[in-house]
Design a protein around this ligand. Structure first.
Ligand SMILES: CC(C)(COP(=O)(O)OP(=O)(O)OC[C@H]1O[C@@H](n2cnc3c(N)ncnc32)[C@H](O)[C@@H]1OP(=O)(O)O)[C@@H](O)C(=O)NCCC(=O)NCCS
Length: 126
């Protein structure tokens, strides 16, 4: 069973997270800038047989096409690292993310029920 906690992070939590990311040899993390301002982050995790993508865009920069830009950059990074397969999981109800991934060419290969806890209710993911 997977559990995703909905918690608020402090600045100290965030600093710790960044320090750990810099040290982490099993993933690379990038920041996308919009007019010089940090607007979102993307992560590429290195698994044995494939890479896994994750990304977040800040609220005030949503709907500006940054999802597409981040995913394309992460796919280029995966290629440079020698991966021929890239996977990701997406909440069934996350329409913006699904549209972004579909337009780039991701295909659905599986469906898991009740794996994402969003504000107290369980949701499905592809
Ligand atoms: C999902 C997320 C990355 C999308 O980022 P974004 O930069 O706003 O996405 P884009 O501007 O590239 O838009 C992607 C597509 O979704 C559409 N879209 C954007 N917001 C939407 C909404 N609220 N409802 C429906 N469609 C929406 C866009 O029109 C675009 O479709 P198009 O290419 O057909 O025009 C962003 O909402 C986010 O960070 N969410 C929180 C974290 C998260 O869900 N990460 C992904 C985990 S799998």
């Amino acid at each position: 069973m997977t559990f995703q906690e909905n918690k608020r992070f402090t600045v100290k939590d965030e600093e710790e997270w960044i320090k750990n990311k810099i040290k982490d040899k099993h993933s690379d993390t990038i920041v996308v800038l919009y007019n010089g301002e940090p607007a979102g982050i993307g992560e590429l995790q290195f698994k044995k047989t494939h890479a896994v993508i994750g990304l977040w865009v800040r609220k005030k920069f949503l709907g500006k096409g940054l999802c597409m830009k981040l995913v394309k950059k992460l796919l280029d990074m995966a290629k440079e690292k020698g991966f021929s397969r890239v996977e990701l999981s997406v909440d069934e109800q996350n329409i913006a993310a699904r549209k972004c991934y579909e337009s780039i060419g991701f295909e659905y290969t599986g469906f898991k029920e009740n794996t994402v806890n969003y504000l107290g209710s369980w949701r499905n993911e592809f």
